[in-house]
Structure formats: structure tokens, C-alpha cells
Ligand binder design. Structure first.
Ligand code: GAF
Length: 387
């Protein structure tokens, strides 16, 4: 959404011009899936698709929200904020305000209009973008003094307490810390991070949207978290140093496999192997090693997510199978929470058009479904939009 369209829509709705415009991007994740809430490693980046916000203090005690894409409004007094029914779109904004208040901020009434182009239900973290945009915007407008990592944690807390998804930190981190042309590795144990450039003359990241949105995704997500916690609990009986899966090795899993049973064993094994793949991919990127090697690790990540972590779905599996045959593809895997959404594909730059054409035809032929693909650009994280 352009700055002038956003300003116009805000002004029309609230009868006054906004004082701050903010852009908050969605994210992709090259590798490191379901590792963040296990204190593991992730390698996301921010994308060009974003949610934009127009904001202004309104001199009352009320928060007034306007969703421009689906033309809905919501109003509440700051003092009356509480989680709305699950699935309500305003939970993300309200959760952020609640988090700021909890940390001692006095939040006056404000108006906020927002809208964007992150396809919904595609697993590109439009909800994290909404949380991060509001957190960043209020922090700036009210001069609250939170640093960017604190904002990511406040946004994550909103997802836990208001949206009721026990997510890790990856999505909020990526939306806030993205850098144009780079992916960024976050160590979710130490919160240390490092940027890695992606050479777009050699390869592009293409997202293929399965068009599937599984209603069960959120509850299955929380179940995976519990399964990992159970694995940690069992292994810690033998080795109290194991405080999360980040501290465990495959040997620890092996030693406790009787007590764990098959399902928990596979969940733990996957997470430990995925962390090792992230390490390997970042080493390969640093060393400028062949994209084929990185691609193989990406395919291996999908196999683990499909067979051991069991968060894929038939449509995503078909997309990855097709990628194996597609021109220019080095690697492909499901991305994000799973059960639908997008695959991420590492594709040779000069084959991108052929790749997309092949995938579109293949998906139609195999499943009779339309495929939407996005050739992504790695973008900067949340920031102000200047008119
Ligand atoms: C979702 C969550 F929000 C992230 O925190 C992460 O766990 C991801 O699923 C899986 O890697 O996007």
C-alpha cells in the first residue's frame, strides 16, 4: 500500500491525518523449522510483502482500529483491553498494547488503520507483521524506549496470550530484524544473530503457495511444543543439563528412547538434526559453497518435517516432489508451522521463469489446483514509511 493511499484511507475514516506511517514485512525461512521454541537455530529473512500502518494519538482513552483490507473496525478503552474470542483479528494489536502496559507504559487512546499484501493463510507471518508494526509504531510514537529485541519479545507475548499460539520468536524477530538482500541466523538460546547475504545473481528464493490452510494448525503446533517439552523432561532425568532440546544430542535421544516411545523420539531427533542443518547451511553460505549442497539440506529438512515431525500435508509434499523434477531447483521444503501454506524453493536465477511454469502446470496436473508463486525479494525489517 502506498503512503498516499494509506494516508488517504486513514484520513477518510478518522477525519484527521496520521502522524506516523509504518511498514512491517512478512517473513520467509530458508531453514530451521520448529527449532525456535526449542532454543534452536533459525535462518529467516523479511520479504517485500508487508502490512502498513497509519497511526495517530486521538486525545481520548480509546483505541480505534480500522482493518482496511476487510473493512472492519474495532474500538475499546485502553483500560478495558482483554483477549477477544480466538481468531479475532484485533487480538494481535490488543495483545501488543497489553504487553506494553505490563511493562509500565501509559498508553493513551490512538487510531490505527492498517492493510497490506501478505497473502493470508500462506504461512508468511502476517500476524507477526501486525504485532511488530504496532509494537514498533507505539514505541516510536510514545517514545517508550524499548530496543528492537524487546519489541520482538512483546510481539511474541501477544501471540501467546492473545492469539493463543505458543510460537517461538522467529517470525517476530524476522519482521523486525530483516535486512535487504540478507537472511539472518538467530540463535534462540542466546538471542545472538548474524546476517548472511544471498547472491541473487546466482539464486532466488521462490515461494509456492499450496493454497491449503489447515484449521488444526494452531492446536497441532501447541501439541508439538508439548511433545518436545516431554522429550526434554524424560532426557533430563538422565542428564539434568538438558534444559531444552538445544542441549540434547542424538545420543541422549537414543539413551532415552524406551521411555520416550516412538513419537516423542522422532520429534526430538528431527529438532536436533534440523539445528545441525542450519549450522551447515550457514557455513556453506559463508564459504560460498555450491548451492546444490545447501539444496540437499533443504530437501532433508522437508523429509524430517514430513516423516518425523509430521507437520506437512499431501499438497506440500506434492510441491516438494515436483520441485525435485523442476528446472533450476536446488532444494525445496515446506516452510513455517506447516499443515498448509508455502514451500520455499532455492532456484537458479536464470531458471526462475521455467521453474514457476513447471510447478504451476505440475500442481494443476497432479491435484487440479491453481498455484500462486512469489519470487521473493529479501527486504528490510519494520520501519517508518516516509510520504
Ligand atoms: C510458526 C511460528 F510462529 C514460529 O515461531 C515457528 O515455530 C514456525 O511456525 C515453525 O518453525 O511460524
Amino acid at each position: 500500500m502506498t503512503a498516499s493511499a494509506l494516508t488517504q484511507a486513514f484520513t477518510q475514516h478518522f477525519d484527521a491525518a496520521p502522524t506516523l506511517l509504518v511498514r512491517a514485512p512478512g517473513r520467509l525461512n530458508l531453514i530451521g523449522e520448529h527449532t525456535d521454541y526449542n532454543q534452536g537455530l533459525v535462518l529467516p529473512g523479511a520479504i517485500a510483502q508487508a502490512v502498513s500502518f497509519a497511526l495517530r494519538l486521538n486525545g481520548t482513552d480509546k483505541i480505534r482500529l480500522r482493518a482496511l483490507d476487510f473493512e472492519k473496525s474495532y474500538e475499546v478503552a485502553v483500560a478495558d483491553i482483554k483477549p477477544l474470542e480466538q481468531g479475532h483479528w484485533a487480538n494481535y494489536q490488543l495483545g501488543v498494547v497489553a504487553g506494553l502496559v505490563q511493562r509500565g507504559a501509559q498508553i493513551p487512546g490512538f487510531d490505527c488503520a492498517f492493510g497490506g499484501d501478505i497473502p493470508s493463510g500462506a504461512g508468511l507471518s502476517s500476524s507477526a507483521a501486525v504485532e511488530c508494526g504496532v509494537a514498533w509504531g507505539l514505541n516510536k510514537m510514545l517514545d517508550l524506549g524499548h530496543d528492537t529485541m524487546a519489541l520482538a519479545l512483546i510481539a511474541q507475548q501477544a501471540e501467546h496470550e492473545y492469539a493463543k499460539v505458543e510460537c517461538g520468536l522467529m517470525d517476530q524477530f524476522a519482521s523486525l530484524f530483516g535486512r535487504a538482500g540478507h537472511v539472518v541466523r538467530l540463535d534462540c538460546r542466546s538471542l545472538e544473530y548474524a546476517y548472511f547475504p544471498l547472491d541473487t545473481t546466482a539464486c532466488r528464493l521462490v515461494l509456492c503457495n499450496s493454497g491449503v490452510k489447515h484449521a488444526l494448525a494452531d492446536s497441532e503446533y501447541n501439541t508439538r511444543r508439548q511433545e518436545c517439552a516431554e522429550g526434554v523432561r524424560i532426557m533430563a532425568q538422565k542428564n539434568p543439563e538438558i534444559k531444552s532440546l538445544r542441549y540434547a544430542t542424538l545420543a541422549d535421544v537414543e539413551a532415552s528412547k524406551e521411555e520416550m516411545g516412538d513419537v516423542i523420539e522422532r520429534r526430538c531427533r528431527y529438532v536436533i538434526e534440523e539445528n545441525a542443518r542450519v549450522e551447515k547451511v550457514t557455513k556453506d553460505l559463508e564459504a560460498g559453497r555450491a548451492l546444490h549442497e545447501i539444496g540437499e539440506l533443504i530437501y532433508a529438512s522437508h523429509n524430517g518435517l514430513r516423516d518425523d515431525y509430521e507437520v506437512s500435508c499431501p499438497e506440500l509434499d506434492v510441491l516438494v516432489e515436483l520441485a525435485h523434477e523442476a528446472p533450476g531447483a536446488y532444494g525445496a521444503r515446506m516452510m513455517g508451522g506447516g499443515f498448509g501454506g508455502c514451500t520455499i524453493n532455492l532456484v537458479a536465477t536464470d531458471e526462475v521463469d521455467n521453474f514457476v511454469a513447471f510447478m504451476t502446470k505440475g500442481y494443476q496436473d497432479r491435484l487440479g489446483r491453481e498455484l500462486e508463486s512469489y519470487v521473493t525479494t529479501l527486504a528490510d525489517g519494520v520501519g517508518e514509511i516516509f510520504a
